[in-house]
Design a binder for this molecule. Structure first.
Ligand SMILES: NC(=O)c1ccc[n+]([C@@H]2O[C@H](COP(=O)([O-])OP(=O)(O)OC[C@H]3O[C@@H](n4cnc5c(N)ncnc54)[C@H](O)[C@@H]3O)[C@@H](O)[C@H]2O)c1
Length: 312
């Protein structure tokens, strides 16, 4: 059967998320060109080719986009660093993908944005998709820059883009925060499939989060994409609460949608801060129960840790 597209380019293909979506993308096109600065995956899919390239260098990105219909841009450093360390991989790479895509007539870019584009927004606000940019780090600032690139190239050059504001994409939820923020791999693949196959998208932003009872955001304005997540972090609530330290309701890392990224000094790793607060159970078996209203010590939790999802 004819595939939907001739060629899709995936950057960051060797990363943890890139590896999860290669097969989904390969199913949608005749040729998947996987790109990374790292060495090729050990095995390629039958219709997949690989190019080692630095996306921060325009001359290396330009030839990749030849005859491509869709670019899926996942290459970046996925953490906070000093600005000059992010400038190439996180800022310039985005410009190069959009510019090279434009020169070669790429129809749409699917971009791995992040919650950290709006990380200083407070959870209780129930963030809508048109909430103003409020980056919590230089990393988040690069996501804002790339989202605005998408908006600019749509307005001036008619190039579509879908910006996936991914929260915490892991095999299973890693900590109590992930009860709100988890995106399962299956739901990521579904979101990618919807973003690639949607007839028209213009410039679109969508929250990359599973159907968590406690998700602090609302995807109603991107409903036309047909993204219907199925997984729910609540199924891990019991084991995650059992492993968690008591929540401090006055901690901005608890209050802000960006979590610990909202309180770390600029340039310092947010991932390390998340790992420090993560009492990972490594338990991959969900334990379904009613959402906890108090954590085990009996202390009342902040409202955003107890309220039900505002997702439609
Ligand atoms: N994992 C998450 O939960 C999460 C959350 C929000 C956003 N994101 C975004 O999703 C994307 C993928 O994240 P990940 O967790 O797979 O990260 P990762 O570090 O596992 O993968 C990123 C990949 O990009 C490649 N890369 C880095 N710089 C490059 C360059 N200059 N040229 C070409 N390739 C380059 C790396 O070699 C790596 O394989 C990133 O843009 C990240 O910011 C991830």
């Amino acid at each position: 059967m004819a595939k939907l597209y001739k060629k899709i380019v995936l950057t960051g293909a060797c990363g943890s998320l890139g590896m999860e979506i290669r097969a989904t993308l390969a199913d949608l096109c005749d040729e998947l060109l996987s790109v990374d600065i790292a060495d090729a995956p050990t095995e390629l899919l039958p219709n997949e080719t690989f190019a080692q390239a630095d996306c921060a260098v325009l001359d290396q990105v330009l030839p990749l986009m030849e005859n491509a219909n869709i670019a899926v841009h996942f290459a970046s450093i996925p953490d906070e660093r000093p600005f000059d360390e992010l400038l190439g991989p996180n800022f310039l790479s985005s410009y190069n993908v959009w510019e090279a895509g434009h020169r070669h007539g790429v129809q749409r870019v699917i971009y791995a944005s992040s919650v950290h584009a709006v990380g200083m927004v407070e959870n209780a606000a129930g963030a809508d998709l048109d909430v103003d940019h409020a980056p919590d780090t230089f990393y988040g600032l690069a996501k804002c820059f790339s989202e605005d690139l998408g908006k600019l190239y749509w307005a001036k050059r008619g190039m579509e883009s879908v910006h996936l504001r991914i929260f915490s994409c892991t095999k299973v939820p890693q900590n109590v925060r992930a009860l709100r923020t988890w995106l399962s791999f299956d739901d990521l693949r579904h979101l990618i499939e919807r973003s690639v196959t949607a007839t028209t998208t213009g410039f679109t932003v969508v929250w990359g989060v599973s159907a968590n009872d406690r998700a602090p955001v609302n995807n109603a304005k991107a409903a036309f994409l047909g993204y219907h997540p199925k997984d729910n972090a609540e199924n891990w609530a019991e084991s995650l609460f059992a492993a968690a330290a008591p929540a401090d309701p006055s901690d901005r890392a608890q209050l802000c949608i960006g979590g610990p990224f909202a309180t770390i000094p600029l340039g310092e790793s947010g991932v390390a801060a998340i790992q420090a607060m993560t009492e990972t159970t490594q338990d991959e078996t969900p334990t379904t129960r009613e959402p906890a209203q108090t954590e085990p010590s009996g202390q009342k939790l902040p409202s955003f840790l107890t309220k039900k999802s505002m997702n439609p």
